[in-house]
Design a protein around this ligand. Structure first.
Ligand code: FEO
Ligand code: CA
Ligand code: CA
Ligand code: CA
Length: 606
């Protein structure tokens, strides 16, 4: 509070202090409960979780590992029969921590069963959840007819301009249109037509033997996408040769896409949308233009990589008929892919690399969306449209897109239309041979990251021009190189490494972090984006040892977070755990979804 009076509505709670306790710490007056843990059965026939007897078959019917993105969808009449007090939870399962999943795991010799369990623990889960009448708790509804697991072996249909391309054809799939599985699904988003988008992020880690590829063109693209070396970390190539680049050179081209899932049809074939480009997709968030087209904002989470958007050619159809649903699910097949170029408005000499504000008082400027390709037309000199879609990073390089500090999740404000982009950090900024600071990425050796606010010209997602400014330059508020939207820094919580973003019902931005460099565990923060409290960051929770905070969702009466990779600490194993969250000593540490709610049954932050 202090001299600025009460915090903004929705953020009226006692902030949690930075800490390193092995639990989820919530504000005074709030209760918490695990919604669902890794391994809980959700499909018919799936057994109870028993880590000593885990099997791939069991895992394929159970909640997956390392929950990241979360969404709650209504179970409303538009999508079948209404079920009072129930919602549909969708979660991504980004990757697996074998050393924390399997007792006695030998990373040099993974067994076939362990590898197949890991395949089944990747992907996504769709699971109905039920509200308690007396609290904000949510419990999974086992065997609900909409429950679904999507894994590293689920068939996907490739859509868009490079479906069927030679670059996507393999021995197992000469059509280049049918891919098994989705990998490293990090954050995601929703569409206005009621589907889920999910980003395939660090897919490079699953592929072996890039070092054996001698063709210089191939070697160059593999390197630009981070594929290198011999055996992969998990050695999946031992049990499926498609993960060996020397055997199946096109298989990596079949990952690194945005996928779309229809959570209301458990029998639908999910899609990989090539029109949205191929890179390390952190997330994808859609909204509509004033004339009804879909715009999707997307970050490529790598140091010095780019921020993108896609604008659909066709317009959304209203209503829930089968025809409108099919039409809307084809919107992302056709359109224009753009990459962002940001120009600061202050003299370069004022961007000194420390985070000190330039004389005009803000890191801000103008931006341009540079078109890369539309259908079969390329706008990039020397690249075909097919190459632009499959090797999108190289297209961004060619057109001089702005090298950002690891663009992570993105969310347009439902109130103002301004788009918020988490730039998590970039410790290489300004190093020898690397890009130096610029007004949008103003700090050398950037450890704490920043949050960028982008306003499309005319608030129209079709526009090719925008304004931008840094909303937060994260870190310790006592560090002069930080900025909290102009709010007095003696009244904010320290924040480091913003990763996922969402909005609450009052228009406040909520930010979860990954990799806190200030000595505390990661956490979740709320901040007003408008009015007198703009920039007043307040910490709502912290997560257990080794975890990052993911998938935040802030509803009127509860907050949901995905606690990802708890116990992931160098040298930790089942035998020597760094965390035993959530169930305590003698149990396996388990990535889980947690709900937090006011004990008095009231509204969050009211
Ligand atoms: Fe999977 Fe960019 O975090
Ligand atoms: Ca400026
Ligand atoms: Ca992330
Ligand atoms: Ca991250």
């Amino acid at each position: 509070g202090g001299r600025h009076g009460k915090p903004a509505k929705g953020l009226r709670f006692t902030p949690v202090e930075p800490n390193t306790t092995d639990r989820v710490t919530v504000p005074e007056g709030y209760a918490q409960g695990v919604v669902i843990r890794w391994g809980e059965p959700i499909l018919r026939g799936a057994p109870e979780f028993d880590p000593a007897k885990q099997s791939a078959k069991a895992q394929a019917g159970q909640f997956g590992y390392n929950n990241d993105f979360l969404m709650l969808m209504p179970l409303d009449p538009g999508h079948g029969r209404s079920e009072h007090g129930r919602q549909l939870l969708v979660a991504n399962h980004e990757y697996t921590n074998e050393e924390l999943m399997f007792a006695g795991y030998d990373p040099k010799k993974p067994t076939r069963e362990q590898v197949e369990i890991a395949w089944a623990a990747h992907g996504l889960s769709v699971v109905a959840v039920e509200e308690k009448r007396t609290s904000g708790a949510l419990t999974p509804v086992r065997r609900h007819h909409l429950n679904r697991r999507i894994t590293a072996t689920t068939p996907f249909r490739v859509t868009g301009p490079v479906a069927g391309s030679e670059l996507l054809r393999t021995k197992a799939d000469p059509s280049g249109r049918k891919v098994l599985g989705t990998l490293n699904n990090c954050a995601g988003g929703t569409t206005p037509w009621g589907t889920i988008l999910s980003g395939e992020e660090n897919f490079n880690q699953y592929f072996a033997n890039a070092e054996k590829v001698t063709d210089p063109g191939r070697a160059k693209t593999l390197k630009r996408y981070g594929l290198s070396g011999g055996a992969s970390e998990r050695q999946w190539e031992k049990y499926d040769e498609r993960f060996d680049v020397a055997e199946e050179p096109n298989e990596p081209h079949r990952f690194g896409w945005v996928v779309e899932i229809d959570p209301y049809d458990p029998h639908s074939t999910p899609r990989k949308h090539t029109a949205l480009g191929r890179f390390k997709h952190e997330a994808a968030q859609a909204r509509l233009t004033p004339d009804g087209r879909a715009v999707v904002y997307m970050g490529d989470d790598e140091r010095f990589d780019y921020f993108y958007k896609f604008v659909s050619k066709k317009k959304m159809m209203r209503g829930h008929s089968a025809a409108s649903r099919e039409h809307n699910m084809s919107l992302l097949d056709e359109g224009t892919l753009y990459v962002a170029k940001l120009t600061g408005d202050s003299p370069e000499s004022e961007i000194d690399g420390t985070g000190k504000l330039p004389e005009d008082g803000e890191f801000d400027g103008r931006g341009e969306w540079i078109p890369l390709a539309s259908g079969d037309k390329s706008f990039v000199p020397g690249m075909t449209a097919e190459e632009v879609y499959v090797f999108t990073r190289l297209a961004g390089d060619k057109v001089g897109a702005t090298k950002m500090d690891r663009p992570e999740d993105v969310e347009p404000s439902p109130r103002t239309g301004r788009v918020y982009v988490a730039l998590t950090n970039n410790t290489d900024r300004g190093k020898d041979g690397k890009a130096g600071p610029d007004e949008a990425n103003p700090r050398k050796g950037n450890k704490h990251g920043q949050v960028l606010e982008l306003a499309e010209h005319g608030d129209d997602g079709r526009s090719t021009r925008f304004r931008w400014r840094l909303f937060l330059v994260c870190g310790d508020p006592e560090d002069p190189g930080t900025y909290f939207g102009g709010f007095p820094k003696d009244q904010v919580s320290p924040i480091s490494c913003p990763d996922n973003v969402t909005f609450d019902p009052y228009g406040n931005l909520w930010i979860s972090t990954d990799g806190n460099e200030l000595g505390s565990h990661d956490g979740l923060f709320g901040v007003a984006t408008e009015g007198k409290r703009r920039g007043q960051v307040r910490q709502f929770l912290t997560v257990p040892t080794g975890a990052e905070t993911c998938g935040p969702l802030v509803q009127e009466r509860r907050v949901l977070v995905a606690v990802q990779h708890p116990g992931e600490v160098d040298g930790a194993s089942v035998e020597k755990p760094a965390s035993t969250w959530p169930d305590g000593p003698g149990t396996y540490v388990r990535p889980s979804v947690v709900a937090v709610w006011p004990k008095d049954g009231g509204r969050v932050g009211a």
